[in-house]
Design a protein around this ligand. Structure first.
Ligand code: SF4
Length: 245
């Protein structure tokens, strides 16, 4: 499709029905839910019910891999089980935590968030607007925490999801999904009204295990029947052209 075609411009504005029809969206959603049930990855924060500790996990998961966070999360949430305890430790405590993930520069952000949450009673706010008012909490973290831990429907959109949807549709890949309306619209269309938590876990696991940045496992992919990349009709997000999400 030419870059300036009317169809492309509509899609860039967020119209996505021509990329995946309502029935294709429903099929993909069903296939991913089924795949996710069988392939659910057990990480310690996925069964965490405490609001602060689950929020802390989602904060730590930004810009790093789940396998790196697993060990750090268990230790940190034991040492600092509340926002108050982490706030008392101050920058020294958060620097120690973030250094272990190679993300020193995020330590002041975590110290500031812990102090704010501690001051307001120990629980993070449960609205996207208030969460994103914290410096260091973006679209991904707020959607992940609200949908996976607080029972509020939201679509998780990160670089992995943008890459997967680019492959599915043949649209160009942009690793910063905040700038791409069609990615947000399509992700929202796919997210079920009720089973959004299970769906979001399935998408996170699927984009980590099957539709990986390099060498996607198309032969065993549950949604290959709806994928433009599989049909060979796109050069979007081909392996070897990507930086890690
Ligand atoms: S068929 Fe391949 S490229 Fe398409 S969604 Fe599945 S793993 Fe990704």
């Amino acid at each position: 499709m030419p870059a300036s075609s009317p169809k492309r411009r509509e899609q860039e504005r967020g119209r996505t029905e021509e990329l995946l029809s309502p029935s294709e969206v429903a099929t993909v959603r069903r296939q991913l839910l089924r795949w996710g049930k069988k392939n659910f990855q057990h990480y310690p924060w996925r069964s965490e019910t405490d609001p602060w500790r689950s929020f802390l996990a989602e904060f730590l998961l930004q810009r790093t891999r789940a396998s790196q966070v697993a060990e750090v999360f268990v230790e940190v949430s034991t040492r600092f089980p509340t926002a108050e305890s982490l706030a008392r430790g101050g920058l020294a405590a958060t620097s120690d935590v973030m250094a272990r993930l190679g993300l020193h520069f995020r330590a002041p952000l975590l110290a500031s968030i812990a102090a704010s949450v501690a001051e307001s009673g120990g629980q993070p706010p449960e609205s996207e607007e208030e969460l994103r008012a914290f410096t260091g909490v973006g679209m991904y973290t707020s959607a992940a925490w609200l949908s996976l831990h607080r029972g509020k429907r939201a679509s998780i959109i990160d670089a992995n999801v943008a890459r997967w949807l680019s492959r599915m549709t043949g649209m160009p890949y942009n690793r910063d999904p905040r700038k791409v309306h069609w990615v947000q619209t399509l992700a929202q269309r796919m997210t079920p009204r009720r089973a959004f938590r299970a769906f979001n876990y399935a998408v996170l696991d699927f984009t980590m295990i099957v539709c990986k940045p390099r060498e996607p496992s198309c032969a065993v992919c549950p949604v290959r029947g709806s994928c433009a990349y599989m049909r060979g009709s796109t050069a979007a997000a081909r392996p070897g052209t990507l930086r890690r999400a």
